[in-house]
Design a protein around this ligand. Structure first.
Ligand SMILES: Cc1cc2nc3c(=O)[nH]c(=O)nc-3n(C[C@H](O)[C@H](O)[C@H](O)COP(=O)(O)OP(=O)(O)OC[C@H]3O[C@@H](n4cnc5c(N)ncnc54)[C@H](O)[C@@H]3O)c2cc1C
Length: 346
């Protein structure tokens, strides 16, 4: 059921089997599997998934290669809701490990927000990442092209960039390393530092050897129309013509809500085992937030693995429930009856 601010009271008293933070490809896939295992699930999503920004999903088996990410999300959410999973638009601010349950504090609504605490036995972190973009005075100028022919993912869009004049936009020397992988698809590469860092002699030499161009002046704006970037204007007013671009400036990892829990990370990504369990036995991580490939097909598979392992854990610990009523939000089994489990401070 789609939960609404006005009708939350019964759900906030319930203990869900699993609370999923993030309703992108990974979280929705987990939710679909969990509901089909007759487990009670709440997905909480703040919106603007990375998949939503994906204009065309080029490489997913069984879908036309121009399928927009928003269609995948819409279909996935409908599928999940048809299995009677609960879904809430909200921002997860904090998770507290209470021993047998997690208390998950959520901000609901942008203007005049309210705060609710939900509880679950397991938690799936499916909150993803978001790509850093070049900081220009007019960010709308970046949004007009990012996700169209100004790409952020070499694995996703290297094929679309083949033999084209490609700009690579980095924030450090290491982020520019991607240019050498892009060289697999096209030899026509210009690297832009946007005036943000110094280039070592060693990198200059490598660029020279590969016949790549280097532009060290700050970018003033991207040029183009109808979401098709055709070049870049730089600080001295000159224009570098391009057919496509790749932004490689690192990402923000959406894991702030886990700050109170001691988990193993590797460069911002959560480390998991092969079923996507983190270093905490009741927290799983799926999709872009965990170590691995940032792809929709991987995110969907991750959700399936985590859900299956949680089902195994619960089945082994409590035996068969024998009744699909266990998934019902009114199930006595899942009600909060411990008076100590009151709302966390808002
Ligand atoms: C422009 C672009 C093009 C791409 N093209 C392709 C492609 O062609 N093929 C391919 O396989 N992959 C592609 N990708 C990669 C793909 O989009 C990601 O790998 C995939 O979306 C990851 O899914 P996810 O569920 O892990 O994360 P997301 O889809 O980002 O979903 C995470 C969700 O969690 C929410 N969230 C975050 N923090 C919180 C919080 N505290 N509380 C509540 N909710 C929260 C986010 O808002 C988001 O809705 C592309 C990505 C981009 C940006």
């Amino acid at each position: 059921m789609q939960l609404r601010k006005q009708t939350l009271k019964s759900q906030s008293k319930q203990i869900y089997d699993v609370l999923v933070v993030g309703g992108g490809a990974a979280g929705l896939s987990a939710g679909i599997y969990l509901q089909r295992y007759l487990l009670s699930t709440l997905i909480i999503d703040k919106g603007k998934a990375r998949s939503f920004w994906m204009q065309e999903l080029h490489n997913y088996l069984g879908l036309p290669p121009d399928t927009p990410g928003r269609d995948v999300l819409k279909q996935g959410k409908e599928h999940y809701l048809s299995l009677e999973g609960d879904y809430l638009n909200g921002y997860v601010e904090e998770v507290i490990d209470e021993g047998e349950t997690f208390a998950v504090r959520v901000r609901i609504g942008r203007n005049n927000p309210t705060y609710e605490v939900f509880r679950s036995r397991y938690l799936i972190a499916a909150s993803g990442i978001i790509d850093h973009l070049p900081k220009l005075n007019n960010m709308q100028n970046v949004f007009d092209y990012a996700g169209y022919n100004l790409h952020v993912c070499l694995i996703c869009d290297g094929y679309e960039m083949r033999d084209k004049r490609a700009g690579v936009f980095g924030s450090s020397e290491s982020s520019l390393e991607v240019a050498f992988s892009l060289g697999w698809f096209t030899p026509h590469i210009t690297l832009f530092t946007n005036g943000a860092f110094e280039v070592t002699d060693e990198l200059r030499e490598r660029l020279h050897t590969n016949n790549y161009q280097l532009v060290e002046q700050p970018i003033t704006r991207f040029l183009g129309k109808n979401h098709q970037m055709t070049g870049v204007e730089i600080a001295d007013g000159s224009v570098v013509e391009l057919d496509t671009g790749l932004i490689s400036m690192g990402s923000k990892y959406h894991a702030d809500y886990l700050k109170n829990i001691d988990l193993e990370y590797q460069s911002g990504n959560l480390v998991t085992d092969k079923m996507n369990r983190t270093s905490h036995p009741r927290i799983f991580a799926v999709g872009d937030l965990k170590v691995g490939m940032n792809q929709v097909v991987i995110a969907a598979a991750d959700g399936a693995l985590a859900a299956t392992q949680i089902w195994r854990d619960i089945r082994r610990s409590e035996g068969n429930r024998h009744s699909s009523k266990a998934t019902n939000s009114n199930s006595l089994h899942n009600q909060v009856d411990n008076p100590n489990l009151t709302k966390a401070s808002a």
